[in-house]
Design a protein around this ligand. Sequence first.
Ligand SMILES: *[C@@H]1O[C@H](CO)[C@@H](O)[C@H](O)[C@H]1NC(C)=O
Ligand SMILES: *[C@@H]1O[C@H](CO)[C@@H](O)[C@H](O)[C@H]1NC(C)=O
Ligand SMILES: *[C@@H]1O[C@H](CO)[C@@H](O)[C@H](O)[C@H]1NC(C)=O
Ligand SMILES: *[C@@H]1O[C@H](CO)[C@@H](O)[C@H](O)[C@H]1NC(C)=O
Ligand SMILES: *[C@@H]1O[C@H](CO)[C@@H](O)[C@H](O)[C@H]1NC(C)=O
Ligand SMILES: *[C@@H]1O[C@H](CO)[C@@H](O)[C@H](O)[C@H]1NC(C)=O
Ligand SMILES: *[C@@H]1O[C@H](CO)[C@@H](O)[C@H](O)[C@H]1NC(C)=O
Length: 266
Amino acid sequence: MLPVLLPVLLLLPLPARPGGAAAGLGITARTLSPCYSADLRPASQRLVSAAGCTVLLTIPPLQVSRGVLWEYKAGLREGVIVSYALDGPANTSRPYKNRTRFNETDFSLQIVLQQGDDRLYRFRSESEATGWFQLRVVEPLSEPEIVGNSSVKAGGNTKLVCNVLEGRADLYWWKKNGELLLGSDHIQFVDNSTLCIVKASMNDSGYYACVVRNEVSQNETSFLLHVQNAANVVLPVILVCVLIGLLAGVFVWCRRRDRQCYNGCR
Ligand SMILES: *[C@@H]1O[C@H](CO)[C@@H](O)[C@H](O)[C@H]1NC(C)=O
Ligand SMILES: *[C@@H]1O[C@H](CO)[C@@H](O)[C@H](O)[C@H]1NC(C)=O
Ligand SMILES: *[C@@H]1O[C@H](CO)[C@@H](O)[C@H](O)[C@H]1NC(C)=O
Ligand SMILES: *[C@@H]1O[C@H](CO)[C@@H](O)[C@H](O)[C@H]1NC(C)=O
Ligand SMILES: *[C@@H]1O[C@H](CO)[C@@H](O)[C@H](O)[C@H]1NC(C)=O
Ligand SMILES: *[C@@H]1O[C@H](CO)[C@@H](O)[C@H](O)[C@H]1NC(C)=O
Ligand SMILES: *[C@@H]1O[C@H](CO)[C@@H](O)[C@H](O)[C@H]1NC(C)=O
């Protein structure tokens, strides 16, 4: 049989099977190691994995006489990933060519995931088909970025904003010096990603970390916040005053040795 004819033959309606097509034949999928983001346990029906990781789709042992197909469905669009007639080479469609591996013995399929692979998959032979298997592809989170003023005056309000640069975070939380921060009148969380400190005090100085998480990853970054006590502002002013006073004193002392010094600062 010519490989070209295979898709045509497989497009013929499947024989009706009581209990639905998926009753006997199901896909099992798992993320292959190394993948530091996704769960490596096998799953049936639905798998969440990370972009850049490799997923292996397998089916139970099967007797096939003519040929098989792996197909995808994205919305209303369906397409063939790989078709294989037992007597010829496997035919992989272009978008999958350099990142899939089809095993001609057990009909399994390995895919190096991209963002666009978030869709449904199924396997079919001339007589049987699996149900649609859902693959969810999530982009791992890169280190977030904290934007804020690293030096604030005591008594003022300040905010730190945690920006996710790659991927989408489902959850945000904050830590101060390694400990989970809880909300209060003083510490407020706005729009999940923003931390507001109301009436900052010296006590609020420290390392603030923003932790972000999604289904496949967690990442964090930290930020050193320094709250300046009012004294830090007053002290230089006092020093300057004292210095001016001393200079004036010396000046006066030199000019009129017989007169007493006076201090310009109260
Ligand atoms: C391979 O598949 C593509 C589309 O899936 C088809 O156009 C092409 O003719 C096939 N080639 C062979 C050798 O079967
Ligand atoms: C496959 O090729 C495309 C471009 O043709 C490229 O963007 C992609 O990174 C390649 N994937 C792998 C796993 O080599
Ligand atoms: C294909 O699958 C068979 C049976 O599971 C296995 O022995 C073989 O190593 C696989 N081939 C490749 C290239 O992975
Ligand atoms: C956090 O993101 C950086 C890239 O910005 C990456 O190198 C690192 O592995 C990520 N950490 C985790 C725990 O995923
Ligand atoms: C940061 O806060 C300090 C003190 O409140 C202020 O003087 C400085 O202008 C602020 N810097 C920025 C970039 O907002
Ligand atoms: C922030 O949290 C609210 C619910 O608390 C949620 O509806 C919203 O989608 C979240 N936004 C982000 C960017 O996580
Ligand atoms: C400053 O922080 C310490 C512990 O972190 C706490 O015991 C103390 O009450 C705080 N002082 C003020 C003025 O908030």
